[in-house]
Design a protein around this ligand. Structure first.
Ligand code: HPA
Length: 236
């Protein structure tokens, strides 16, 4: 057992899906995995292992923000020796023309967080998705007839900030959307020589103020999860 995950060694699969919301982990376990077993309830941050078309897969809530996902990613990597971490979450988009519900594959993740400044002592690192997972997710989405957008996102430490100009520099540099986790996930995976990818659905358009209904979110969430599960299926 690690500090925040109550699983025994061997109870977590090599490929782990990481939704921010632990109730999404439970929903996927109950609806898309076979023989799912809950291995973690510590802090209500549910984690399950089950099988998808015969492949052992885990799904673990990561919480919101870089500090929270960093804790779960660290323990999954170091205490449970996982090999593939696939974040499945939402993002706010900052490109006006992008529709709610669009699926984004985060090729890279910029950040306004100070965490990588600490790691890289003031120098600048470019957190990048694993190419194998990224290209496979793209292929699977195409096969499923789902359109995806591939590009750079921003992992921000603040959800609420009353500064309308705040995103201009990111918009001007073609950043697609905002989440709060991916830059740390990619950095940690690279450091441990494992694979990571974020598959995100656009839940709100920060520029226009449009927000998805919960039903729309649920439908698009399933598309995103299916892409991630199809990628998981092809891992060793
Ligand atoms: N900001 C940051 N993260 C998010 C957002 C947002 O607007 N929407 C979904 N995740």
């Amino acid at each position: 057992m690690s500090i925040h995950i109550g699983a025994q060694p061997g109870e977590i699969a090599e490929t782990v899906l990481l939704p921010g919301d632990p109730l999404r982990a439970r929903f996927v376990a109950e609806n898309l995995l076979e023989n799912a077993v809950c291995y973690n309830e510590v802090r209500g941050m549910y984690g399950y292992t089950g099988s998808y078309q015969g492949k052992k897969v885990s799904i673990q809530g990561s919480g919101m923000g870089i500090p929270s996902i960093s804790i779960y990613a660290h323990e999954l990597i170091h205490d449970y020796q996982v090999k593939n971490l696939i974040r499945v979450g939402t993002c706010g988009c900052i490109q006006e023309e992008l529709d709610l519900g669009s699926i984004v594959l985060a090729m890279s993740a910029s950040s306004d967080s100070n965490t990588n400044q600490m790691v890289f002592k003031g120098l600048h690192y470019a957190p990048t998705a694993d190419y194998h997972l990224l290209s496979l997710a793209h292929k699977k989405a195409e096969e499923m007839g789902l359109q995806v957008i591939v590009g750079n996102i921003l992992s921000s430490d603040l959800f609420y900030l009353d500064d309308p100009q705040r995103y201009n520099v990111w918009i001007d540099h073609n950043v697609i959307g905002i989440d709060m986790e991916t830059s740390a996930l990619y950095t940690m995976a690279a450091r441990s020589n494992i694979r990571a990818l974020s598959v995100l659905t656009v839940s709100d358009n920060i520029i226009t103020g449009n927000v998805s209904t919960s039903q729309e979110r649920q439908e698009k969430f399933m598309d995103m999860i299916k892409i991630a599960l199809e990628v998981a299926l092809e891992q060793e």
